[in-house]
Design a protein around this ligand. Sequence first.
Ligand code: HH2
Length: 269
Amino acid sequence: MRVMGVINLTPDSFSDGGRFLDMPAALDQARRLISEGADILDIGAESTRPGAQPVSAEAEMARLLPLIRAIRAESPSPISVDTMKPQVAQACMAAGADMWNDVSALRHSPDSLEAAAELGCEVVLMHMQGTPATMQQAPRYDDVAAEVTDFLAERAETAIAAGVRRERIWLDPGLGFGKHPVRHNLPLLANLDRIVGLGFPVLLGASRKQFVSAVAGPADAGDRLGGSLAAALAGAAAGVAAVRVHDVAPTVQALRVWAAIEAARSGSG
Ligand code: HH2
């Protein structure tokens, strides 16, 4: 199980907005996440929170490229870029990034599929109902686990048909993206094995999300660590390949203990 550490270069992210806007602070955070055991860094410059202001490709690149170059100059750690724009992904991969994390599952631009195929990098296809501006207004599903699983299977096949290599594809249920915190996120967490069963590595982003407060009582985004760890362990039990988290050190610790218990279980069986 891998741990992806989040760095948001945004003024308005729900979880850590504004904290890492300047380069030295962002580079320090990257170093810290690596030292805490992050296997991958996920860097984003456009918040996807409901109603967030869109950011131009130029502004995204102005925030992302210096940080990618600075990390690359001192560390071989894999870098993922959280962007929906193919031109931003292209510039970031040229600057040394390794992975394209696309919350639109290559649907945002008509050029996205071709760009992903040409780049040849790893690509995360995430489920989202609607767009960030409107997605939380009235999310609707008949069977959320089945619909998300079918969507991800379809997007993977579409990407492969467009030339993206199968072994480069990751899938992500997109917790919180057009989902009611309880009615939709919880069944997805309970049925992750279905998405894992599609045969692609699965990324799970539960960290600090609102369902934690909906289930366990009001808490600011920064005070949702316990619930975020519970969700990460549910992901581990279901066989996800990586968790996307803000709190790397506690997540690494929780996953190591969980893995040790699992190893003892198989050792004693
Ligand atoms: N969640 C967020 C952003 N990007 N990418 C993937 N693949 N999966 C996720 O669950 C996911 C994601 C939202 O979290 P955060 O980056 O902290 O907030 P914001 O979008 O406000 O920047």
